[in-house]
Structures are given as structure tokens and as C-alpha cells.
Design a protein around this ligand. Structure first.
Ligand SMILES: [Zn+2]
Length: 370
């Protein structure tokens, strides 16, 4: 089906789309035609009369390919000053660029931005930054503290009256695209990302669709292999989302999640897996400051309820010795000590230089990806 003009998609819109899209099937230019029977204009392959080619394709924009790196260093510095203040910007400014993220650099950035977060979350964040070359200063990754609520919906405080927080690692959609675009080149098909149509929801979800959700749809194509993947994801209409005051919407968040799903399917194993939320970094400026350092009070838009419980999980901070590491790896991943050593990439126990906690997290990160 070519794309017809309609109430929300005017003839001018079709001409705009023509500039940025091409025919999905032949890669040729598009044109706007008139369907005299229906009295409507439509957008299709320039050779539509002959080929009846279906579908349109848009290359990823520079921002979609590079994220913040597409901005000048001055703009990036300005954004950073707004988000984390002058002092921290000064301390970290040398890392705003696209240079490699070593463990030492990741540690310095994470400690400066989220020094108060629990060690385990910081260690995980540092590992992710190092492994996937993510830079929190480029809005790739966030640590966010959520105030925990009791069953009556009241915020829980500890003995000293400080709020109890559940921490969550979040990765920006820009960083997600970046991880995919480093090795691949993909384009967007059929006007996606956009709201899923009723037909798409019915076809993919059938009667499992939730009427209280808004669904986003993303359909991508690998430019080199031609392989296609789609993602359809919903978000509850009443779910709390960040940055509404800056223009974020439920539909946008549904599209962000749908895109993450499509990329995960298209390039399996190339992105961190597990309990990681994907966010639209354009709407979460300022969340670097989520915890006020002197009072431990949460400020800004980071206040939210916990997205998921974390009961019953192992606390890697409790793994202090190599024996405890072996025991934990055996219980959690069915690994023998020799396998633990080979997973860590060393030849013997005496070559292990990381702490047992770090070793456990490394193994857990890899295991989750499988
Ligand atoms: Zn064509």
C-alpha cells in the first residue's frame, strides 16, 4: 500500500517525506501521485505505475547515528553545565569527547556523578561503560535512585530518616543506536518510529493486546544485509514517565522501547541485557543531580516509584573472598572454580587482579548476555 494523505498526514507532509525517504524496494526516489478514484494524493516509488513497489525507507539521521557527538564540543559543554553544574563540568570536561572509556575514566565519571549510589550499582555501571564504551557525560548511561514505597504507598525512610532508594541503571536510546551503528548501518521503514496501527497490534499481539496501553512500532532494515526487524512495545497510559514537562509523551516512550526491541532482535547480543531500562535522553537533562549530596534528598524529576522489586537477588557486595566467589558462581551459574578462572580470562587464581565482587559482576554480566 502506498502512503495516502489523510487528516493527520497532509499533502504537504507527503512532499516533506519525499525529501527524506526513498523506495524500500529499489532504493529509488519517491514521488507524490494522485489517485483520482479516491480523490487523494499518495506517496510511492517514482516508478509506481510500473513497479508497484511497496514501502518507504529513511536513513538514520546524524543525531540518530551519533547522538550528542553530532553536536559541537561547546554545545556539549553547555548541556553538561546545565545538567551537572560548573564545578563537576570543570572536573570532567576532558572526558566530554568521543575518546575511549577506560575503567579508570568510567570510575572517575561515575564516582563524580553518583558517588552516593551503592557500590554494586556503581560497579555495574562502570563495567557497562567500559565494556560497551558508554559515556555518562554523553548521556549514554544513567544511575537513577527511586524512592521505595511501602504497601500503603508511603515513602520508606531508614533509621536516620533518609529515604530508602532502589537504584536503576538506564541507557539512553541514543546510546542504544550508537552501539548498533558502530558496526552496522540501518534505516527506518514505513514512517517508523510511530504509533502502531490497529492492524499491526492485532497481527502481532492478537488478543493479548492491552487496551490500556499505547503501542509504538519501529521497523528497521540493515542497509548491508537487507535483513529486517520490527519492535512493538506498549506503555500503560497511566505509567509515570519522565520529562513530560519538556515534551516527552507516552507514545514517544513506547517508540523508544519498540526501537530498543527491534535493535535487540536485529543485532542480538551486541547490547547489554538484563534489568536495564531504556530512556529518551533528550528528556532527562538534570537527572544527573538526582540525589542531593548533602542531605541525600532526591530532587528534580527523578522521583518515581520503583519499577521492579529486587528481592531474592544475590548481593555481590557480600562476596569478599575467592572461595565465596567460587561458591556464588557455582550456585548461580553452575560453574566449577576452573571455569570461573577461564571465564575471567586468566590462567590461574593468582592472576586474578579484580576484587571478588568485580569478578562476580563480570561473570554475571556475561552470563546474562547468553
Ligand atoms: Zn521502487
Amino acid at each position: 500500500m502506498p502512503i495516502y494523505e489523510e487528516e493527520k498526514l497532509t499533502r504537504e507532509d507527503l512532499f516533506e517525506l519525499r525529501k527524506k525517504n526513498k523506495c524500500k524496494q529499489c532504493g529509488g526516489m519517491l514521488n507524490v501521485f494522485m489517485d483520482f478514484g479516491a480523490g487523494k494524493a499518495f506517496l510511492a516509488c517514482n516508478d509506481w505505475q510500473r513497479t508497484h513497489h511497496d514501502g518507504i525507507e529513511r536513513e538514520a539521521s546524524r543525531y540518530e547515528q551519533e547522538g550528542l557527538a553530532s553536536l559541537t564540543i561547546n554545545s556539549r559543554r553547555e548541556i553538561m553545565e546545565q545538567a551537572i553544574g560548573e564545578e563537576k563540568t570543570k572536573a570532567l570536561a576532558r572526558y566530554i569527547g568521543p575518546g575511549p572509556i577506560t575503567k579508570a575514566i568510567a570510575t572517575e565519571i561515575v564516582e563524580t556523578l553518583w558517588g552516593q549510589a551503592p557500590l554494586i550499582e556503581k560497579t555495574k555501571a562502570i563495567l557497562l561503560c567500559q565494556t560497551y564504551q558508554l559515556n555518562p557525560l554523553m548521556k549514554h548511561l544513567y544511575l537513577v535512585g527511586y524512592r521505595r514505597k511501602d504497601s500503603a504507598g508511603k515513602f520508606i525512610v531508614d533509621d536516620q530518616g533518609k529515604p530508602v532508594l532502589d537504584w536503576s541503571i538506564q541507557i539512553g536510546i541514543g546510546a542504544t543506536r550508537l552501539m548498533a551503528q558502530r558496526k552496522h548501518n540501518y534505516s527506518y521503514l514505513d514512517l517508523t518510529p510511530r504509533k502502531a496501527t490497529k492492524e499491526e497490534i492485532d497481527r502481532i499481539l492478537g488478543d493479548t493486546a492491552d487496551p490500556n496501553c499505547i503501542y509504538g512500532f519501529v521497523h528497521i532494515k540493515d542497509v548491508n544485509s537487507g535483513a529486517e526487524a520490527f519492535g512493538l512495545r506498549g506503555i500503560g497510559k497511566t505509567e509515570n514517565i519522565k520529562g513530560v514537562e519538556k515534551g516527552n509523551t507516552h507514545l514517544n516512550m513506547a517508540c523508544v522501547r519498540a526501537e530498543r526491541l527491534a535493535l535487540d532482535r536485529q543485532y542480538p547480543g551486541e547490547m547489554p541485557q538484563g534489568d536495564i531500562e531504556v530512556v529518551d535522553e533528550r528528556y532527562i537533562e538534570g537527572d544527573f543531580k538526582v540525589v542531593n549530596e548533602t542531605t541525600g534528598e532526591i530532587t528534580g524529576s527523578g522521583i518515581s516509584t520503583s519499577p521492579s522489586g529486587s528481592e531474592g537477588k544475590r548481593d555481590p557486595d557480600t562476596i569478599r573472598t575467592l572461595n565465596e566467589l567460587y561458591k556464588a558462581c557455582n550456585e548461580d551459574f553452575k560453574l566449577q572454580p576452573a571455569q570461573v578462572i577461564s571465564e575471567l580470562g586468566v590462567s590461574s587464581q593468582s592472576d586474578i587482579s579484580d576484587t571478588p565482587t568485580e569478578c562476580y559482576l563480570k561473570i554475571a554480566t556475561v552470563r546474562k548476555q547468553k
